[in-house]
Ligand binder design. Sequence first.
Ligand code: F6P
Length: 315
Amino acid sequence: MTSGGDAAGMNPAVRNAVERAVALGMKPYLIYDGLKGLIDDSIMPAEEVNLSGMLCRGGTMLRTARSKRFLELEHRERAKDNLARRGIDKLLVVGGDGSFRALNQFYSDFGIPFVGIPATIDNDIAVTEYCLGVDTASNVIVNAIDSLRDTGTSMRRAFVVEVMGRDCGYLAMVAALACGAEVCIVPEFEYDLDSITERLKNRLHVERHSVFAIVAEGVKVGDYLTRMFNDNLGVDSRMTVLGHIQRGGSPTIYDRVMGYKFAMEAVNALHRGEQGKIVVYRSGSGFDLVPVQEVAEGKSTVDPVLMEMCRPLSV
Ligand code: F6P
């Protein structure tokens, strides 16, 4: 099952999970539409589904949905019955911490074990350094900003680009560094608009042919900053909200390979009889399994080196 916001890399993960499960002698099923499909019985034996062509597709071919109904015991009971009728006794969910918490509740209710794979473009899940979809979304963002730089430079303009990330500034920070932005504003640290304006004054006319400010959606400062550039910097300014385009696109090689690796770890863990664990990835130690509570209750942190490099762009 894929659940929560879609992310590139979900399809490669699903495909390899099916292959791995079959190789281990298990009989995999696919649950469509996330938790909603679990309640509404949108479940198919994987052997009846043609998975070819799935690897290069963005989003999730299993579709996904956020379901408030799963919070109610009555609906979770329906979900349990749907699984029991087919003899499904383990779950693998590719999604975010909200989905992990939901399945942990499901385990407390009915004892059905699950393992999770973190997937969200926001890269804001605790304990893991990488979530499926982040590399693809970062590349979509960087390509879009490079295009904006072409027009911005041609017309000597300032661009404020708002990127996704919910309350996390990871995407904004990597984009700002990769695109050589002059400004980066994220929820992780304080910013000073007056000193930013002072720093950029005249610069557009002397050293730079364009100015780029990358702002994380969580700060909600994009409109204000654009007006400020217009008024106080004396430069024609435009704002671009990249929006849901950031969630689409064919998964990068990295997301495909990580999808495969996460899935292999997850299916192996289920096969060994693990329960309530999330597969996490850390650059020092590689893949690991951690209890869902650690992930669901923990706080995600952004790489301090990345933060240190971006901090000067906020003042
Ligand atoms: O969590 C992924 C994400 O794309 C966030 O970056 C964004 O804030 C949110 O989902 C958008 O949610 P929706 O697709 O429901 O508009």
